[in-house]
Design a protein around this ligand. Structure first.
Ligand code: IPE
Ligand code: IPE
Ligand code: MG
Length: 259
């Protein structure tokens, strides 16, 4: 019997080239990352903050590929919050150009890896060139059936929940819904993550850079997720860092309120 499992593991390892985990069945399905510390990474190197964002883009490529290889189903990356508009214009402009450059370079790889791009956030408020790049990437990868790479762009959890509430209130007002019928399933179906179906809830939330806060990220969806904070700055986070994090997740005991 033990040999049977050993063989299964070896087969899986072969398939993924390297598979570092003992528990193949306990890979978190939905991993969400607050990619923080780009600015500090650059400042430490006496570079302008935008150099950190540029390097952070390479980390996104590495982590996306590895996540898909180890069997993560949804990877949600916090790329721009509804509060990040408070930064100086040149930095905001640079951040709005990043998706254009990123998808220009990376969509062929995404297609090769069978990864499907999705987006959450108030995308209609993004500059036209950013919207166009995102929509094109979604279109180009829409038939892919592997991991979902879900970018949170101009995303804010409080606004997301207020929008959901407004939609539900309107349905009640139009007599399309009885207020007594409102439950978690209905509320969730009005959140931006509704398109993730079974994977709407986050299993594992990672934040880099040493900050230990949520910064308005997936407040509802993180209700029962496991949190992992690392001091590593996002541009320094690599495949090994991800594997270490997932190993920590595998040692956690999720109880969901039960015993
Ligand atoms: C995260 O890095 C990227 C975005 C918020 C867009 P930061 O730019 O927040 O980097 P720090 O936190 O200032 O180091
Ligand atoms: C959160 O990081 C947003 C993103 C990573 C996109 P911030 O750097 O904006 O968060 P705060 O300001 O430190 O809370
Ligand atoms: Mg930050």
């Amino acid at each position: 019997m033990i040999n049977f499992f050993k063989k299964k593991k070896q087969e899986a390892e072969k398939k993924n080239e390297i598979h570092p985990f003992d528990k193949l069945d306990e890979i978190p399905a939905h991993v969400a990352i607050i990619m923080d510390g780009n600015g500090r990474w650059a400042q430490k190197k006496l570079l302008p903050r935008i150099a950190g964002h540029k390097e952070g883009m390479n980390t996104v490529k590495k982590i996306t590929k590895r996540s898909s290889q180890i069997g993560i189903k949804v990877l949600t990356l916090y790329a721009f919050s509804t509060e990040n508009w408070r930064r100086p214009d040149p930095e905001v402009n640079f951040l709005m150009q990043l998706p254009v450059d990123f998808f220009d370079a990376f969509v062929p790889d995404l297609i090769k890896e069978n990864i499907k791009v999705q987006v959450i956030g108030f995308t209609d408020q993004l500059p036209a060139h950013t919207q166009k790049a995102v929509m094109q990437a979604i279109e180009d990868t829409k038939n892919n059936t592997g991991m979902i790479l879900n970018f949170a762009l101009n995303y804010g959890s409080r606004s997301e929940m207020i929008e959901a509430t407004k939609q539900i209130a309107k349905m009640v007002k139009d007599n399309r819904l009885d207020s007594e019928e409102i439950d978690e399933t209905i509320f969730e179906s009005h959140l931006m993550t509704a398109s993730l179906g079974d994977y709407q809830e986050v299993d594992f939330m990672i934040r880099t850079s040493g900050e230990e806060r949520m910064s308005n990220f997936l407040l509802w969806q993180n209700a029962y997720s496991e949190f992992y904070f690392t001091k590593e700055l996002w541009p320094d986070f690599n495949e090994q860092s991800l594997e270490n994090a997932v190993s920590v997740y595998q040692k956690r005991h999720r109880r969901f309120g039960a015993l």
